[in-house]
Write a protein that binds this ligand. Sequence first.
Ligand SMILES: [Zn+2]
Length: 144
Amino acid sequence: MAYKFNLVNCGCGHSFGTSGSRVNYCTKCGSTTNIKNVTGFENAEKLSVAVSTANIPKEISDELIEKIQKKENKHKSSSQNKSSDPFNLMKKATDIDGNLSKLSLDEVLISEGISDTTSEHLIGQAEMQGLLTRVTQNTWNWLS
Ligand SMILES: [Zn+2]
């Protein structure tokens, strides 16, 4: 399947992005036959990140990629090991008056790097367990 946004690596060492489905020629050396590799991306944002990374000198980019991968692994393992108990997250999101809002819980989830659950889900679970009761459209109070 062809992507609309492509990262093109030319044999001359230049990498550039195209947003068409077809690669015509290298924007640096003009070659049409020197194209080494084309990688598709699903959106323009991802493509622009890839293009800027691709044009960083090789040694730096290896280091950078390693750093990014390390960071990602760290990120993954921290959200996978479930050290963050939903109950604690919700307590963290509760203000001094004992009100928990969806917005504050969203903020806690983001700051903890938790992406495998949603504030709606956590609040819904706690509601079912009788821990929370809804007081306004977007605010809940603790029952215990
Ligand atoms: Zn080229």
